[in-house]
Design a binder for this molecule. Sequence first.
Ligand code: ATP
Ligand code: MG
Length: 501
Amino acid sequence: MPNPLFDALLGPHLDRERVCITTPDGQNLSFRDVITQTARIANSLCALGLGKEDVLAVQVEKSPTALCIYLACLQTGIVFLPLNTGYTAAELRYFITDSAAKLLICDKDKYACLVDNLPDIAMLTLNDDGTGTLADHAQKQPGHFSTVACCADDLAALLYTSGTTGRSKGAMLTQGNLLSNAQTLVDLWQFDHHDRLIHALPIYHTHGLFVAMNVALISGAEVYLMPAFDAGLVIEQMPKATALMGVPTFYTRLLDSPAFNRSVTENMRLFVSGSAPLLQDTHEKFEAISGHRILERYGMTETGMSISNPYSGARRAGTVGLALPDVDIRIVDESKGTAVVRGEIGMLEVRGENVFQGYLNMPEKTAEAFRADGFFITGDLARQDDQGYVHIVGREKDLIISGGLNIYPKEIEQVLDAQFGVLESAVIGVPHPDFGETPVGILVARPRAKLDIVSIQTGLAGQLARFKQPRQLIVVDILPRNTMGKVQKNLLRKQYTNLFA
Ligand code: ATP
Ligand code: MG
């Protein structure tokens, strides 16, 4: 039976003995092994009463089996809902209730916390070591499954946004959304079966699941699946690999490692960064040490990838590159509803086959997020230069309006980051009795550096208009980040909300 996404991911590899996934603990699965394990899980899920359009919630550690659960959902038409492994039992309740999931797969500890509190859902276990009731059940099932017919418009996954700006929203993604995006990226980034991808991202997020795994499977590339990022292990694998997809913190951690040098990267052909802004400084240092220019791209849970630096053309630090070939983008002056003049800042909007169907159970939020002509309003402010490269200026929710003037935190952060001894910074708007809001800079010092606040303030005064200069600079040990390396400015705003009260 036709099933566009499943057929594209595993169809071409039906008879392949080639390696599909290896892991640091010595697992080695061929494409045929993955197909068989997927079929056993698909049979299990159906035997347990799940079918097309039912939601399966999965909160398990990263493993080949976890990936086979995703693939089994595609093969059966069950909607896959992966959940951040950091979510507590109380948080899980929200996702499970909101999604009306029929079955939850989690580890035995979560199971023990939840079993008496979630009466309306069936539960199976999958533990870190691969044991559990799912494995027991699947082992007894046949290793072949007749793929359920699906079409491009059928829902494939429900993926909740990272919750950086508020409560996570469930993005409804179809087979067509995921497939079109993966095929575009395979072509653009030139993946094929000679590639070996180091996979160190979580697989409950669009980056590690849809970008990394769908691209690797479609192209027949081998995946080295690490449970989590480990700089030493990544460096050790590089001579046997060709590509790494990461968040910016991966790259700063590689740079911090004395074992990272040009010779270990000689076999690598591609380093991709995304999910959060890559500092220009990181980009430049990485090139100086390794000779590779990191390829930065931009995407969201709701859209998959929309914008990417080119593979062959200029990869420009501080930009996320050009619109993908089949994605329309525009930058809009929201007050007028029309495109800005090229070079000016406005709201980034995106349209294409990659764009999701809407937020689950949130018709108003969905309606607010789309224009009548189908463009999705990303919530990110951006500008496009004369060559079409997009610069993400920051989220609209992080924009500071002080005395009626717009202040873009990123502009101030770039100046702060360049000051002596500053490792990184976050600029937030804090309520102020005279100005409504005022910028405050939160700084982290480089290791062993002592920050001289007065000289930093003098440095800022030389470069930024008075109204943009942070009213206060605060030094902290680390910035709060979520698991994707995104700075959680909402937490900082909450923490410092009474600074000028
Ligand atoms: P929520 O929508 O729940 O607040 P979130 O937006 O952080 O959470 P994701 O969908 O994981 O959830 O992240 C998408 C966002 O990540 C984008 O809107 C953008 O702000 C940011 N982002 C992704 N890639 C980049 C990049 N290369 N540079 C700058 N920002 C990026
Ligand atoms: Mg978002």
